[in-house]
Design a protein. Structure first.
Length: 313
């Protein structure tokens, strides 16, 4: 198949392209390189089935070739990046989704939206099920991302209802692994870099807030299973590891695996930061036969090795 991956130069996008090429597909990557990196695409440069277009999906994207599928992964996903330019973040979610939906309609292509657990906000229900409408502050500092993704889901379902477009929506929970940006501000990359550099490990709040961490290879497997599912499976479907860890537990594991002498330092919790995040993956298990099995320690070992190489340690 010929598949367009918007945001393909990013962490998740590059892993997705890797798997699509292994599976024999032709891939067109569109990325404005705001948070993506050409280094992530370097392994594909010599592959004749791969084509890179530098472009911004919030503007019209012209693709002359036919397309079978479109993956929309085009949006900054870490707070440090999406809060740097919040107007561009929400534009990417809204205009980018609209432009790619129009393209999918024009090409008669199936399209998948990489949505996020952030649509649940600071949840009052745990674990979060897909039917939960969330608890989001629409005018808070995270709203450019949270509400942008919520509005994108609305657009996808309106195109599906109005135009019968074949859509898929994945709500992605915290994902980690090799190729994460060393300075993206996410908790896993922050802790690993701080530990490897023997700096204080910064925990915001009291460290009791929880997250669930899914290794990137398993997340990509879930995205592909959703995209290749039957037409009736639109989602949204939660994709994430349902095992919770506190921030304090995560920091202690990273210190142990790196052999670091870092000590833990506590800072005030940022506004609207969720206290708990854990997916109910019953639908993914039942509909997609998807169930992540890589435990956090093994995934972190692989990720730490990648960070050590890229940091020349």
């Amino acid at each position: 198949m010929r598949i367009l991956v918007a945001g393909g130069a990013g962490f998740l996008g590059s892993h997705l392209i890797d798997k699509l090429l292994i599976d024999g597909h032709e891939v067109i990557c569109v990325d404005n390189l705001y948070t993506g990196s050409l280094q992530n695409l370097a392994p594909f440069k010599s592959d004749s089935r791969f084509n890179f277009i530098k472009g911004d999906v919030s503007e019209k994207i012209e693709i002359k070739a036919s397309l079978d599928m479109i993956f929309n992964l085009a949006c900054p996903a870490s707070p440090i990046h999406y809060q740097r330019n919040p107007v561009e973040t929400i534009k990417t979610s809204l205009f980018g989704s609209f432009n790619l939906l129009e393209l999918a309609l024009k090409k008669s292509a199936k399209i998948l939206q990489a949505s996020t657990s952030e649509v649940y906000g600071d949840p009052l229900l745990s674990p979060q099920v897909e039917e939960y409408w969330g608890n989001v502050n629409p005018i808070g500092i995270r709203a450019c991302y949270d509400e942008g993704k919520r509005a994108s889901e609305t657009l996808f379902f309106d195109f599906h209802r109005q135009h019968r477009l074949d859509i898929k929506i994945a709500r992605i929970f915290n994902t980690y692994g090799p190729r994460m940006d060393l300075n993206d501000g996410r908790v896993v990359s922050n802790f690993i870099v701080q530990a490897l550099e023997e700096r204080d490990i910064t925990i915001y709040g009291n460290g009791e807030q929880t997250r669930s961490f899914c290794y990137v290879d398993e997340l990509i497997d879930g995205l592909l299973k959703l995209m290749f599912s039957n037409k009736d499976t639109t989602g949204p479907i939660n994709l994430g590891n349902p095992i919770e860890f506190t921030m304090l537990e995560l920091a202690q594991i990273v210190i142990e695996l790196t052999g670091s002498k870092s000590v833990i330092k506590f800072e005030p919790l940022p506004a609207d930061d969720p206290k708990q995040r854990r997916p109910d993956i019953s639908k993914a298990q039942e509909i997609l036969s998807w169930d992540p099995i890589i435990d956090l320690r093994e995934g972190l070992r692989r990720t730490i090795r990648d960070f050590q190489i890229r940091m020349n340690l």
